[in-house]
Design a protein around this ligand. Structure first.
Ligand code: ZN
Length: 261
């Protein structure tokens, strides 16, 4: 399989899809106007121009600040894919999932499912956080569904769906009670620890500690979805302890304090 460039794949996906639905509006993508160019490779992505593209003078606006990412210094041409991605504001404003058959602008909830079950390769994943930055030409093209790299804003994050699922299980258990900020910083409010149950919180937090600060943890938090709080179980009355010591195996509920947390 010949691996396309990220912007080339995104352009191909956009043309195959035509109109992409988002919760707010439908976005129609049409072909970009190109001209014959002399350079064989693209100034921005370094990919083949195939003799078609847009001169850098026209495609690169004065506000462009990503010059260090240019892989084809020396060329004065931008390939069709890069020219398309630079010309459409939606390519910065929305997250992008591109495969040859389809372009999508997924929500965080949709990303959660996509990252656990990605499309057939090749595919590109850009998760926009600010909606202001160019991510398209910074993203790698993925060719493996079990090991791939996504852009979370400008940070490339290597994903194994199995590891991500394991992390999501823990993060979403905590997210029932805590805010994402508490989970990412490890600074938990004491009253919410009580509500979660100190034992459950301690077990989950003990396992998550290893992941805190790692990029995959950040990605899991970004896509984590809120689950319903479980119904509060009625407190069972303590068993009556008689003089013969029956019921000793059922000790009163452990007294737990939050001191020192
Ligand atoms: Zn290019």
């Amino acid at each position: 399989m010949q691996i396309p460039t990220a912007t080339g794949l995104i352009y191909e996906a956009a043309m195959a899809t035509g109109t992409v639905a988002t919760p707010r509006k439908n976005i129609a993508y049409t072909q970009i106007e190109t001209v014959d160019v002399a350079d064989s490779y693209c100034w921005l992505c370094g990919g083949d121009t195939n003799g078609q593209g847009v001169p850098t003078k026209k495609a690169i606006k004065p506000t462009f600040t990503d010059h260090p990412y240019a892989r084809g210094q020396g060329s004065q041409s931008i390939c069709t894919g890069c020219a398309f991605c630079l010309s459409r504001r939606e390519m910065r404003n929305y997250s992008i999932l591109a495969s040859p058959a389809e372009l999508q602008h997924p929500s965080r909830a949709e990303w959660r499912e996509i990252l656990l079950d990605p499309p057939n390769p090749p595919f590109v994943c850009c998760l926009a956080v600010s909606g202001q930055k160019h991510l398209t030409f910074k993203a790698p093209v993925n060719v493996d569904r079990q090991r791939f790299t996504v852009m979370l804003e400008e940070q490339p994050i290597h994903v194994s769906p199995k590891k991500l699922e394991h992390l999501l299980d823990m993060v979403e258990e905590l997210y029932v009670y805590f805010t994402k900020n508490e989970i990412i910083t490890g600074n938990y409010s004491q009253h919410r620890i009580k509500e979660c149950g100190i034992r459950q919180w301690g077990e989950l937090e003990g396992m998550l500690e290893f992941w805190r600060g790692r990029p995959l943890f950040e990605l899991a938090l970004f896509v984590a979805q809120k689950k319903e709080k479980p119904e509060v179980k009625p407190v069972e009355p303590l068993p009556t302890v008689d003089c013969c010591g029956k019921g000793e195996d059922k000790a009163p509920a452990e007294q737990l304090t939050l001191n020192g947390l």
